[in-house]
Design a protein around this ligand. Structure first.
Ligand code: CO
Length: 152
């Protein structure tokens, strides 16, 4: 009986540590603050290890989303300017992302100070070694709030 319990405990431990490993590798937390800055200029996605990837966006500031809203949008680098411009036209109710925009690989909703949000998306549409960007499409933000998405 004692041996059975030990085996079960080891199996449970193996299962939980695998889950934790996959979760860490396929998820990133990005902060966007009151100074209109992300806390990173680079986002790494290991496509081989992650069929899906999660971005959690945290706004540690205090300004409301109407004044200093942030989201995270991922597109091909060449599409960033046009997607950001179309996002302004789409407006706040659309989280500054044109609805059903096929150039948008993933995006979060817009958050303000003290809020957070996340998006989980398939990595199937990303090419290894491709040229991608993440940025905030809130009006006027993307030139300061952008970085490279490295797909390996
Ligand atoms: Co922003």
């Amino acid at each position: 009986m004692k041996k059975l319990i030990t085996t079960a405990a080891i199996a449970f431990f193996a299962l939980s540590s695998n889950a934790a490993f996959a979760n860490d590798e396929c998820k990133v937390v990005i902060e966007g603050n009151d100074a209109m800055q992300f806390n990173t200029k680079e986002l790494n996605i290991d496509k081989a290890a992650c069929a899906e990837f999660t971005i959690e966006l945290v706004h540690p500031g205090s300004l409301p989303k109407e004044a200093m809203g942030h989201n995270v949008v991922i597109t091909a680098a060449a599409d960033m300017d046009a997607v950001a411009a179309d996002g302004i036209g789409a407006g706040a109710e659309a989280n500054y992302v044109k609805p059903d925009d096929s150039r948008v690989i993933a995006h979060t909703s817009v958050v303000g100070g003290g809020e957070s949000t996340s998006v989980t998306f398939s990595t199937a549409g990303l090419e290894t070694g491709g040229d991608y960007k993440f940025f905030c499409s809130f009006p006027g933000h993307y030139t300061m709030m952008n970085g490279a998405v490295i797909v390996k």
